[in-house]
Design a protein around this ligand. Structure first.
Ligand SMILES: [Fe+2]
Ligand SMILES: [Fe+2]
Length: 325
């Protein structure tokens, strides 16, 4: 009874409209920006798409760090193209969020003052060139695992953005795996760098799927609304099952003494990520949180004159048009 009261107070929505909305989702229809939607759906999507957009933008920083130090011209061109793709992903996603009634400026301000989050993985540093391989292989790999099901999400603009994004992510993962393979097949020193990159990146990548299902707050409703298609633990397991043979092929060791194939489950058993570390990084105490936000704040300030100039130009143009009429 209490739960019911809380629920109806929290949503305050017309039950008939709610039922019709849910029926559309259950029938596999897409919800478009001008359609009626419950406030909770709108808010959850703004948070989810906004965080996703911010992750694409902040995610450029750890890789941007290596563009000037790529070992060959070819690797530099690949990395540059990949980082530019991430900027594009951020822009599609901000556009998708804008159709829900929030502006890109508002979202950016919420990122810059810490009211909105981005994926905790980007608060870890990239320390050697093999990290570029590990990021593409594991971080983009985990991103794809999250994003492929979202191509079927109920909100039209988000689903369409994901289709485009996933095509590019697949190139990101392959370039990463290729870069780390080159290191793993290289000199003993290069192989050591590859192993070190895997050791540092694996667990932060496993954390990208979010907290364990038993602690995940928004899952159930989001799954009913089809803005979340799988549980965090399902995707994490799928990612581990995919990654282990890939590491074996490279001759690298998964840094988990408990890793073991479980015949009965048909999956690998593995140690859970350190959730204290996860929450600590989300709270702002990861190795690079301060740097990442400082870099984005600086970029926003440095670009202010461009935004101001474009607005001034647009206003003059509009005024001239009115004067001519
Ligand atoms: Fe991306
Ligand atoms: Fe990517």
């Amino acid at each position: 009874m209490y739960a019911q009261m809380v629920k109806s107070e929290a949503t305050q929505e017309d039950p008939e409209k709610l039922a019709a909305f849910q029926a559309r989702i259950d029938a596999g229809e897409k919800i478009e920006p001008k359609d009626w939607m419950p406030e909770g759906y709108r808010k959850t999507l703004i948070r989810q798409i906004g965080q996703h957009a911010h992750s694409e933008i902040v995610g450029q920083l750890p890789e941007g760090n290596w563009i000037t130090r790529a070992p060959t011209l070819e690797r530099k061109a690949i990395l540059l193209a990949k980082v530019q793709d991430e900027a594009g992903h951020g822009l599609y996603l901000y556009c998708a969020a804008e159709t829900l009634g929030v502006s890109r400026d508002e979202l950016t301000e919420m990122l810059l003052d810490g009211r909105m989050k981005y994926s905790s993985i980007f608060n870890y540093p990239t320390l050697n060139w093999a990290d570029m391989g590990a990021v593409g292989w594991l971080v983009d790999g985990a991103a794809i695992m999250n994003q492929v099901p979202l191509q079927r999400t109920s909100f039209g603009p988000y689903s369409r953005a994901m289709i485009r994004v996933c095509k590019e992510e697949s190139f990101h993962q392959r370039q990463g795996y290729d870069a780390i393979r080159k290191m793993a097949e290289g000199t003993p020193a290069q192989k050591k760098m590859a192993q070190d990159a895997l050791n540092r990146m694996l667990y932060p990548s496993l954390m990208m799927f979010g907290p364990s299902d038993k602690d995940s707050v928004h899952s159930e409703q989001s799954m009913r609304w089809k803005i979340k298609m799988n549980t965090n633990d399902e995707l994490r397991q799928k990612f581990v099952d995919q990654t282990v043979p890939q590491a074996e092929f490279l001759g690298l060791t998964i840094p988990d003494p408990k890793l073991k194939w479980n015949e009965e489950r048909g999956h690998y058993d593995f140690s859970e990520p350190d959730w204290n570390e996860f929450h600590d990084v989300i709270r702002g105490n990861g190795p690079c949180n301060t740097d990442r936000l400082a870099a984005r704040n600086k970029a926003w300030e440095d670009g202010r004159w461009v935004r101001d100039a474009m607005l001034a130009h647009a206003r003059k143009k509009a005024a001239r048009k009115i004067a001519a009429e």
